[in-house]
Design a protein around this ligand. Structure first.
Ligand SMILES: *Cc1c(COP(=O)(O)O)cnc(C)c1O
Length: 953
């Protein structure tokens, strides 16, 4: 084996296994298998023109060199992003630990209690600091969270407001510029009218349904919003506040003012800047909106034995994402970053957070006094961490600051704002003051330091008086040993890719290679503010451009935007680009989006958010788009057709052979074709969206391109587009990006989650054309291998014309109802065998969708098949009359199996060690089956307060 060829490390199948596998799937060669799988008319004529692959060693050197092209200045730009210190214990044990970063979204609660607890901690941090009743387990960034607040409040307008079509939403001029841009993007298709203005002079009227404020304001002024909120209440206007999480340690929580929603980012809780992301945003609201809250909520419930257990609350709603009644399309969020931010609060505790907040605040006061001392006027009458100064010659300061490696926020030619952060030292403050000294010759009177102490920059009316984080978990793990063990304790409860295959259909849980992940730990990548001048981020610029170029080559398209932070955001971005394209041609009437019945829930949700009307087209009994039905729908809507959204290969795991006919049909009727690229792992190097006739696709870099799932995020969902759509690619209000006629922002940061893009960049650069194409081939082979091994035991629904699966397949579990067995029972029983269930009940209820990926080896595929076959035998012996069987009682915990009593009609060995391989690497689910319904009826989604622990003891 060539030890320096990354492909042979990324791909799990050994050359010597190939013969056996090809034979099992009844072909002579790989080429024959691919020929029988992918329609010939969409195969690429040429190989992809990508760079030759680098070895891992070469890549690590290369990425180090590239990182040195970034200039790591001290950035005091603020605007929602602040340098922060990731505690090393969190960095090493979470960010750099595959036990955390390779986990899947915690749908299978019994083997996900660790990250569920970590997310419950996150929710508690958010509810406590904001003073709200309820928080979700993260959103994509502060600006999209603000947009979610605007749309949720729109959705919950009073009956009267709906009747009177009240459309106005007030936006304080203190809002962050990127948030304003996003509010514009999101409001337009829904007909919401934004009115931007001063909250002090705002005239409350019954034509407004809601408002949003920034706390503290964008340049640091702390306003007392109590009056505004009470007046808004009187006028039936609901209020959202975008708040800085650290400031809430010292400022009155918005919840205490009676606001309806609080959003923000938790980036400054130990998450690197990463040139824009990924970071976890938060969304907190009142109990009364619990059914409207976007994203996922973690809740407490109980297991079969009545023991407390956690799971994702209101999951039925989450899985369908409300489809065409959607107000949000959030699927992948920012779980890994939320886990880290929550852990930052666990480590520091309430006293530690107070210490940090006061330290930041005091340095800001010192700076303010020092500048006053040299006759620089400070304009914020009340502030937490940001001051605004007025100077005669901004350029002079700008130049001097750059020379010193310092970035401020240059507001206009007279004003500058400066935001202080956790990492700012006293020396840094001196350096800042020295920059300003060039404006005059005054020397500092050292007495200013004592003066600073006397300054009251936070008026009593906005000072926080309520305690927070009193729960046990935030008051227990303040030494490194304690936190290290707490993190490990949680990690051990979770099954991630470092234990076994996670064959999640549509979610592509492939290897996230260590060499791809290592660069994320470097400060040269981590510590770059998203709004620095682009010439300070040359390393990033080169990497992002190169990645975009490679994605263009892979998809066959002309332009890429890396801005969307998830697949669903990509869908929305792509549809908004299509909308802008139609509008630019005067086709303002084109608003029909045709979507197959089998589509992922985010597709119709994104279409509705983009102001389109969803028309559902049928799928035939083979799982393909029903072409006759499609023709009818197209004919009816021809004049108003905006787009078709199609997943390819389909969500049924099939390369439909009529795809080119379908895309042509849409074009002939004036529509554009949106390809959902979640299944791109079956295409790379063999076919592509351009070849099937699509105009735009999103890619889930956290599926196909090796970004780890992180337990439910981060994600990166770039869109790649055909030439006619390039001009409309999204921009950013602060740093120009996107096309000539760019739509407004899709994400807060100009290039979305730049830091995570490094992973996909490494993936492509180390595999090269041959490795990428080989990965696709092996992914298809692995799926078909499982299909053949399970044949006769399970019925595989839907195959291509020549009987082949693509990179995944759906097995039908509905016939087992005759034995009283549901698909859930199989999912839970798989845990006893050491496996995470494949995708359950998507896209067809009562089925499982299995996707092994190219990274799994033959032995692992065989173990999985053995487990499935063994379960099939167990199903045969189960009876609908008696539910006391090994499937219904699964999963089996260590506590059950070692208990002094054992009253089940099968042995302990059968329960916990059903096949011989299991004992070699046993994974114990930490709770018995969780009760979802109970949890939804009794929604508790924060950690228990410390008093409750006290009662127990
Ligand atoms: C995963 C997925 C999506 C949504 O992507 P996110 O990154 O989770 O927002 C959309 N469509 C399909 C088919 C998917 O599998």
């Amino acid at each position: 084996m060539k030890t320096d060829v990354f492909a042979s490390r990324h791909i799990g199948i050994r050359e010597e296994d190939l013969k056996h596998m090809l034979k099992t799937v009844e072909v002579d060669t790989m080429e024959q298998l691919i020929f029988e799988t992918i329609p010939d008319d969409i195969r690429l004529k040429e190989t992809l023109h990508l760079d030759d692959p680098m070895s891992e060693h070469e890549f690590l050197n290369h990425i180090q060199e590239l990182s040195e092209k970034n200039k790591v200045y001290r950035s005091y730009i603020g605007l929602g992003y602040h340098e922060s210190i990731t505690p090393s214990v969190i960095k090493r044990n979470i960010l750099e630990n595959p036990g955390w970063y390779t986990a899947y979204t915690p749908y299978q609660a019994e083997i996900a209690q660790g990250r569920l607890e970590a997310l419950l901690n996150f929710q508690t941090v958010v509810t406590d600091l904001t003073g709200m009743e309820l928080a979700n387990a993260s959103l994509l960034d502060e600006s999209t969270a603000a947009a979610e607040a605007m749309t949720m409040l729109f959705d919950v307008r009073s009956r009267e407001q709906k009747k009177n079509n009240v459309l106005k939403f007030f936006v304080s001029e203190e809002i962050l510029p990127q948030t304003l841009s996003l509010l514009k993007t999101r409001s337009t298709p829904l007909g919401i009218q934004l009115v931007v203005g001063n909250h002090e002079t705002f005239e409350f009227g019954d034509d407004f349904y809601g408002a949003i404020l920034q706390y503290p304001g964008k340049y640091g002024q702390v306003h007392d919003y109590a009056d505004f909120v009470s007046k808004a209440k009187e006028n039936n206007i609901k209020v959202a506040v975008a708040a800085d999480i650290l400031s809430l340690v010292m400022l009155t929580p918005p919840g205490e003012m009676g606001v309806d929603v609080v959003v923000g980012t938790t980036q400054r809780f130990g998450i690197p800047l990463g040139y824009g992301g990924p970071h976890a945003a938060f969304f907190a609201t009142k109990e009364e909106y619990k059914r409207n809250i976007p994203g996922r909520i973690i809740g407490v419930t109980k297991d079969t034995d009545g023991k407390p257990a956690m799971r994702m609350a209101l999951q039925t709603r989450e899985q369908h994402i409300k489809r065409d009644k959607a107000t949000s399309n959030i699927c992948t969020a920012q779980v890994l970053l939320a886990v880290m931010a929550g852990m930052y609060a666990v480590y520091h505790g309430p006293e530690g957070l107070k210490y940090i907040a006061r330290k930041v605040h005091n340095k800001t006061k010192i700076l303010s006094e020092a500048l006053k001392n040299i006759s620089i006027q400070q304009l914020n009458s009340a502030f937490f961490d940001t001051i605004k100064v007025s100077v005669d010659d901004v350029d002079k300061v700008h130049n001097a600051a750059e020379k010193e490696g310092i970035n401020f926020n240059y507001i206009d030619d007279k004003t500058i704002s400066i935001s202080i952060n956790e990492a700012t030292s006293f020396k840094d403050i001196v350096a800042i003051v020295n920059v300003f000294k060039i404006l005059n010759t005054k020397t500092i009177d050292e007495g200013f330091y004592a003066e600073a102490d006397k300054v009251h920059a936070i008026p009593a009316s906005v000072q926080r008086n309520t305690p927070f984080l009193q729960n046990q978990v935030f008051n227990s793990y303040h030494s490194e040993t304690q936190l290290m063990r707490y993190i490990k304790k949680l990690e051990r409860k979770d099954l991630a890719l470092n234990h076994s295959m996670i064959s999640l259909g549509s979610c592509t849980m492939k290897l996230n290679a260590a060499s791809e992940m290592l660069p994320l730990s470097s400060v040269n990548w981590g510590n770059i503010h998203p709004f620095v001048p682009v010439d300070q981020a040359e390393g990033y610029q080169l990497m992002l451009k190169e990645l975009a170029k490679d994605l263009n080559i892979i998809t066959g398209f002309a332009g890429t935007s890396l801005q969307p932070n998830s697949g669903a955001q990509g869908e929305y971005a792509g549809l908004m680009v299509i909308r802008a394209y139609h509008e630019s041609r005067g086709d303002t009437n084109r608003n029909i989006c045709i979507i197959p019945a089998s589509a992922h829930g985010t597709n119709p949700a994104s279409a509705v958010m983009a102001g389109m009307r969803v028309v559902v087209t049928k799928t035939d009994e083979k799982g393909n788009i029903d072409v006759i039905d499609l023709e009818e729908k197209v004919a009816i809507h021809s004049d108003n057709l905006a787009a078709l959204m199609v997943t390819y290969p389909s969500t049924h795991g099939v390369f439909e052979s009529s795809i080119k006919y379908i895309t042509k049909l849409i074009h002939d009727n004036g529509g554009q074709v949106y390809m959902d690229g979640a299944n791109m792992n079956a295409q790379v190097g063999l076919t592509n969206p351009a070849a099937i006739g699509a105009d735009v696709c999103h890619l889930n870099l956290h599926k196909t391109f090796a970004i780890p799932h992180g337990g439910g995020g981060p994600g990166v969902g770039p869109i790649c587009v055909a030439p006619q759509l390039v001009p409309f690619l999204p921009s950013n209000p602060l740093i120009k990006t996107g096309g000539e006629k760019a739509i407004t922002a899709i994400s807060a940061a100009p290039w979305g989650s730049s830091l995570a893009c490094l992973i996909s960049y490494g993936y492509i650069k180390m595999l090269g054309e041959r490795g990428l194409t080989r990965s696709t081939e092996i992914a298809i082979l692995n799926a078909n291998y499982i299909k053949h091994r399970l044949e006769g035991q399970y019925e595989v629904l839907y195959t291509g014309e020549k009987g082949r699966a693509a990179h995944e397949m759906i097995i039908d579990c509905r016939p087992f109802k005759a034995h009283g067995i549901e698909v859930t029972d199989i999912a839970k029983r798989l845990m006893d065998y050491g496996f995470h269930a494949p995708t359950v009940s998507f896209p067809v209820a009562g089925t499982m969708m299995i996707e092994p990926t190219e990274s799994e080896g033959l032995a692992e595929l065989d173990r999985f098949c053995d487990a499935m076959i063994s379960i099939r035998e167990e199903i045969d012996t189960a009876s609908a009359e008696d539910y006391d069987n090994v499937l219904k009682n699964s999963p089996h915990t260590l506590e059950m199996v070692t208990s002094d009593t054992w009253e089940f009609p099968y042995s302990r060995q059968k329960a916990a060690f059903p096949l011989s391989y299991v004992s070699d690497n046993k994974f114990w689910p930490s709770v018995r089956r969780v009760d979802d319904a109970y949890g939804d009826r009794n929604l508790i989604c924060t950690c228990a307060p410390i008093e409750e622990y006290a009662e127990v003891e």
